[in-house]
Design a protein around this ligand. Sequence first.
Ligand SMILES: O=P(O)(O)OC[C@H]1O[C@](O)(CO)[C@@H](O)[C@@H]1O
Ligand SMILES: O=C[C@H](O)[C@H](O)COP(=O)(O)O
Length: 933
Amino acid sequence: MSGPLNKLEQAGQAVWLDFVDRKFLADGGLRKLIEEDGLTGVTSNPSIFEKAIGHSDAYDDGLSEYLDKGDSTIVAVYESLAIADIQAAADDLRPVYDRLEGKDGYVSLEVSPYLAQATDDTIEEARRLAEAVDRPNLMVKVPGTQEGVPAIRQLIADGLSINVTLLFSRDAYRAVAMAYLEGLEERVAAGQPIDRIASVASFFISRIDAQIDKAIDDRIAEGDPEADALKAIRGKVAIANAKLAYQDYLAILETDRWKALAAKGAQVQRLLWASTGVKDKAYSDVLYIETLIGRDTVNTMPPATMDAFRDHGDATAQLTNDIADAEHVMAEADRLHLKLGDVTTGLVTAGVKLFADAADSLLGAVAGKRDTFLGDKLNGMSATLPKSLDETVETRIGTMRKDAWSRRLWAADATLWTGKDEGKWLGWLAAGKGEQVEEDALAKLAEKTKGKADVVLLGMGGSSLGPEVIGAIVPPTTGAPRFHALDSTDPAQVATVAGQIDAGNTAFLVSSKSGSTLEPQLLEAYFRSLPGADTKNFVAVTDPGSKLEASAKADGFGDIFHGDPAIGGRYSVLSVFGMVPAAMMGVDVPAFFTAAKAMVFACGPDSPPATNPGMRLGAIMGEAALAGRDKLTILPSPSLAAFGSWLEQLVAESTGKEGKGIVPVDLEPLGSADSYGTDRLFVHLHLAGDSDDRLESTLKALADGGHPLVRISVADPMQLGQEFFRWEMATAVAGAIIGIDPFDQPDVEAAKVEARKLVDAYEATGALEPETPLYDDGDIAIFAPGDPEFAPTDPAVLLSTHFASLVPGDYAGFLAYIERNEPHADGIARMRAAVRDARQVATVAGFGPRFLHSTGQAYKGGPRTGSFLEITRTPSDDVAVPGRKASFGTVQLAQARGDLDVLVERGQRVMRVHLKHDAAFDRLVDMVIASVA
Ligand SMILES: O=P(O)(O)OC[C@H]1O[C@](O)(CO)[C@@H](O)[C@@H]1O
Ligand SMILES: O=C[C@H](O)[C@H](O)COP(=O)(O)O
C-alpha cells in the first residue's frame, strides 16, 4: 500500500485513530484501517464515548444485559460498555502489537476526568482499569495536570503503559517526560524489565490555535495597531509550540540519563499530536497533520481528518524544518502579549472540565437508558412548575452539575452545606444499600417474634415514624404480629395500647438513638410493670454506648441492636431503626432492600443532578422555598396516606432553622384549587391501583392554576424504601440550597429543657407552677402568655383575634396534646379547613408530644410565620408512671407548657386552650370554626 497515510509510517510517524464506536468495530472498520492504511493505534476520550454511547442505540443490548444484574452503578454500566469496546479494539490491534514487539498497537482508555485533580485516586483508577481491560496493548490515559504527574511516575513504575493527555505547554510536557524517566528508573533500580512499557505524551494542537486565533481576531476587530503582525502568526502558534516541544524531546534523547535507560531497553516516550482536527474551517483540513510529521511521533486523527489526509495529504516530514521560524512565531506571540502561558494553563483546566462535562452528559444518557430499562421498578417522578420556578430549578440543576454535587454529596463534602460537621452525618447513604443491617440477625429476630400476638414499639420521632409508616403501608407476611408504635405521653393513648395487648404475648421494642429520650424511658417503665411482661421479650435499638444500651444489658433484654452514630434519627429508617421493627412486623427485609436499590443507584454519585431523582426533587424543594413556596403540601393517594408523618419530620427538622426552611403540610383536608395561596409546593405520591377522583381533579386544577406540582408514582408498596431514600437525598440537597445544616436540630433541646424544669419542680413540690388564664369558664381555659395585647375577654374574641393575625404566607398550627384518635383527628381537620379557607393560609397540625420530636424544630427554629393554637386538657383517667411522682398526664402538660414557652421566646404567635374535660374538645372545634366564619 502506498497512500499518504501509509507514507507516514515511512516518515517515522504512527497513524492512530481518535475514535471508537461499537458498530464501527463490529463492522470491521478498524481492521480495515489497520490493513489498508497501516493504522497502529486508537485513542478514546470521554467526549468520544459520549458521542458513541450517549447518542446511539448500538449499545442498548449490552446495556440491558448489564442492567439485568440489578445493582449496577451508572459508572459501572458505562465502564462495562467502554471496556468492551476498548477490548475489541485492543484485540483488533493485537497482531500489530505482537509484530512490533510492544512498540505500537495500543488502545487508550482515559481515567475518569473527575479525578484529574487527585493523585492517589488517579493511580487507583488507572490500576483498576488496566486490570479490568486486561490487555497488554492497553494504554491508560492520564491527564498531565500537576496532580497527574506523580501519578504518571507511579504508574510507569508499576509497569503500566501510559498515554499522558491534556498537554498544552512545553513545561508540562517536560515535567511528564521526567516523570516517565523517573518511573522507568525506579523499575530498573528494582530489577524489573522496562522494554514492554510504552508511553506517549499527547500534545494538543488545535485547541491552542482556537484560543489564540480568537484573541488575534478580537484585537484586529478592535483596531489594534499591530494588526499585521498579529495576522502573520494566526494559525501558527500551536504548530510552533509543538515543533519546539519536539526539540525538547530530541534534547532529552541526548541526555546520559535517557541513554542509560535506552541501554536497558527503554522505549522512547513518543510525542503524540492530539486535537489535530482543524477547528477553523478556513484552514486546510490536513494542516495539523502535514506540519507535524517527524520521526518517532504519533498523530491521532479524527475519522474526517484521516479521510482527508488519505485523500490529499502530503507525507513529507516537516517537523524539524524551520525551527527558527517557530521560535520567531513564539517570540512574536510573546511580544504581542498573546499570553500563551495563560492560555495553556487555562486550557488544562478547561480540558478537564470539557471531559468532565462530556462524562456528565454521558452518565446522564446512560442514567436515562437505565431508567427506561427499569420501567416501574424505579418509582417515577414528574413535575409541573410555573415558568419562573422551572427556570430557576433548571439553572440550579446546571450549577449543581458543574459543581459536582452528586459526587460531593456521596464523598461527604461538608462544604456543600455550611462546612461544619455535615460530613459526619451521611451514614444514611450506606444504609440505603442495606449496609447498616445484618439480614441474618433480623431473620432470627423475625422468627423469634413470629409467635407473638403484638409488637409494641416505644420511641419518638426518627425512632418511631418510619416504622409506623412501614407498618401502615408495606404488607407483612401472613400470620405476623400486629404492630403498634407508641410515641406519646398522653395517658389515654398509653391506656389504649395497653388495652389492646396481652403483655405476656407481646414483643416490646424500645427504640432510641440517643438512649436518653424521656418518653421511651417512661413508656418502658410502664409496660415492664404490666402483668406478664418479661424483659426477655424486650428488644432495644440504640446507638452504641448509650444509656439505653447499658440498662438493656443490665436488665436482660432479649436483643440489642446498634445503630450507626453517623446517621441522625430522622435519616435512620433504612438502618436498624426502621428495619428491626420491619422484621418484627413480618416485612421481608432483603426483598425490601432489593426493591430500594433501584433508587439508591439512580441517586448515586455518578448520576448527574438532572437525572438524579433525589437531587432533582431537592432542587425543586430548595428553589421553591427560596421563591417563597415554602409550604410543602403532601397530597398522597389513599394507600400512602401515612407516609407524610415520616416525611414531615425529615423535611421540617432538617430544614427549619435559623429562621429559614420548609414547613411540611401533611393531612390537611383537600381544598378547592383557589383555597391555596402562592406559598405552596404540592407533592402527590401515588400508589398504583389507588384511585381518588376528587384528588385527581384537584391536582389537575392545581397544575392548571399555575401551582407547582410534583407527582411521584410508586408501583408497589415494597418500593416504599425508594421514597425513603429519594426524600433523604432531596432534603439534604434542599438544605444545601437553603443554606443550612440539614443534619442538626438546634431548637429541639430548648423545649426539652423547659419541660424537664417543670417536671423536676413537680417531682419536688407535687404541683406544676401556677398560671393565670385570660378566660376560664370551668369547661375551657385560655392562655396567651406571650402576647401582652391580649386582655381577659370573651373566648370568641380571643380566638378570632388570634386567627385574624394570619396573612398570606403565614401558617396556622394546631398543636394538640390529647389522644391521637380518629375523633380528634377529624375535629382538627375541620378546624384546619375552616382556617385555611378563611385566611388562605397553610395549616399544620401535630399531636403532642409526638410532633415535638418531628416538626417541632421547624415551628421553633424555622420561618417566623407561624401562629399556633395549642390544645391541652385535664385527662379524665390519668396513668401513673412507675417510680415517679409525675403521671403521664402531668408530664404531657409540662411538655406542652415548655413547648409554648419556647415558641413564644422564638417570636411565634401562640395561644393555648386548655380543655378541662374530654367533651370540651367538640366545643372548641365549633368555637374555632365560628371564630373565622
Ligand atoms: O431516637 P432518640 O434519640 O430517642 O430521638 C428521638 C427523636 O427526638 C429528636 O431528637 C427530637 O427531639 C429527633 O431528632 C429524634 O428522631
Ligand atoms: O487523545 C486524543 C485527544 O483526546 C483528542 O485528540 C482531543 O481532540 P479535540 O481537541 O478535538 O477534542
